[in-house]
Design a protein around this ligand. Structure first.
Ligand code: MTE
Ligand code: MO
Length: 381
């Protein structure tokens, strides 16, 4: 894993390293400057995650937002791009970007997390991109509601699944990346977004438009969206029948299941991360611990911190900014009680009552890791 630089395409280079801004506050305080960079996981196709110590803001800036591609993108030309809406509809549509923008405009602020975020933390190890903590971000997405597009096309009673496809350019003999999701979720709150944090959707994030599926894992968030098709049955193929499946009933670590014993990955699991904790602290001097928490449920109910391996917990203060399926910043003033190495761990509880577990459930594809996140502090007298 190394910081992104060097031989990327001009497009990628501009997006990854075009920003030299450094926070004024840290410079004024004489603290080490946080380096604005992504951590590269893969070169072809480009995969890069955000370092945890930069995931400290409610909105993750576009240039720091993690990037995940199955194949190199064939970013469509926005002037000629068309979105097809077809299948089990009364009137198939072909929408240009201008057509799309004539639908009522809506903005949602929510978390995008790759299903594989945290894969490297599983034991025994699982093959795949070895994401640590930063294949996640929180952004403001603006676009048209899928519900409005489908209403215009006229949904037939036989329509049960929304099939989605992008304009990816996979190498020959490799399966295309495609997905489908239940029509209920698509109608509930999915959007086709052309803006990210008030800017045109960047090419790396799916320009000219992508799917946004609040609360659901990133694999459903089709980039360079070309097609929405309503069908009676789920999509078939590698990325539905083999990839992106999670055991219906958890097994022991290392136990693999057949595809039929698994179901597609949908909503995210409750999770919190510690994004700021001092390396050293003094007995009796409070230290501020910060982090983020999110879930596939619309809200976070609480975040707690332990300094005694889960025997006792202290509730953190939740940040004021908050939207359904967005993350919640949290902070807590922690009082070190005795000298030595102390392991702090955070756990979140969501609005449906799910509690972040000490250990994530091992699964053969390494999805949805959500174990307690810990940080070590050296406490001196
Ligand atoms: N067309 C297309 N869409 C895609 C992908 C892809 O490879 N091709 N990857 C998906 C996965 S697995 C994730 S996690 C998210 C990542 O979105 P980001 O790169 O904007 O962070 O995009 C999703 N949409
Ligand atoms: Mo992903």
């Amino acid at each position: 894993m190394k910081a992104v630089s060097g031989d990327l395409t001009p497009l990628t280079r501009r997006t990854f390293i075009g920003v030299g801004a450094v926070t004024l506050a840290s410079t004024a305080l004489g603290l080490p400057r946080p380096e604005r960079r992504l951590l590269q996981m893969n070169a072809y196709a480009p995969d890069a995650e955000t370092p945890l110590d930069l995931l400290t803001t409610y909105i993750t800036p576009n240039d720091l937002f993690f990037v995940r591609h199955h194949w190199n993108a064939a970013a469509p030309d926005a002037r000629t791009w068309k979105l097809t809406v077809d299948g089990e509809v009364a009137l198939p549509l072909e929408l240009s970007l201008a057509d799309l923008k004539r639908f009522p405009r809506t903005t949602v602020t929510c978390v995008l997390q790759c299903a594989g975020n945290g894969r490297s933390l599983y034991t025994p190890p699982v093959p795949g991109v070895q994401w640590r903590y930063g294949a996640v971000g929180n952004a403001r997405w603006t676009g048209a509601k899928v519900r409005d597009l489908l209403a215009k096309a006229g949904v037939k009673g036989t329509a049960k699944h929304l099939h989605t496809a992008g304009t990816d350019d996979p190498p020959s003999k490799t399966p295309p990346f495609h997905r489908s999701l239940e029509i209920e979720k698509a109608l509930e709150d999915a959007i086709v977004a052309w803006e990210m944090n008030g800017e045109p959707l960047p090419p790396l994030h799916g320009a000219p438009a992508r799917l946004v599926v609040p609360g659901w894992a990133g694999d459903h968030w089709m980039k360079w969206l070309a097609k929405l098709s309503l069908e009676p049955d789920p999509e078939k193929g590698f990325y539905m029948d083999v990839g992106y499946r999670y055991p219906a009933k958890p097994g022991e670590p290392g136990v693999t299941f057949k595809s039929e014993e698994m179901r597609p990955v949908t909503d995210l699991f409750v999770k919190s991360n510690i994004t700021g904790a001092p390396a050293r602290a003094r007995v009796g001097s409070p230290a501020t611990i910060r982090g983020v928490a999110f879930s596939g449920a619309p809200d976070i109910a609480k975040v707690e911190l332990t300094d005694d391996d889960g025997k006792s917990w202290k509730a953190a203060d939740l940040g004021r900014e908050h939207d359904p399926y967005a993350w919640r910043l949290w902070s807590l003033s922690w009082m070190p009680k005795s000298p030595g190495k102390v392991r702090l761990a955070a756990r979140a509880t969501d609005s449906r009552g799910s509690v972040q577990p000490r250990e994530a459930v091992w699964n053969q594809s390494g999805y949805l890791w959500n174990g307690w996140h810990s940080a070590e502090v050296e406490v001196t007298a």
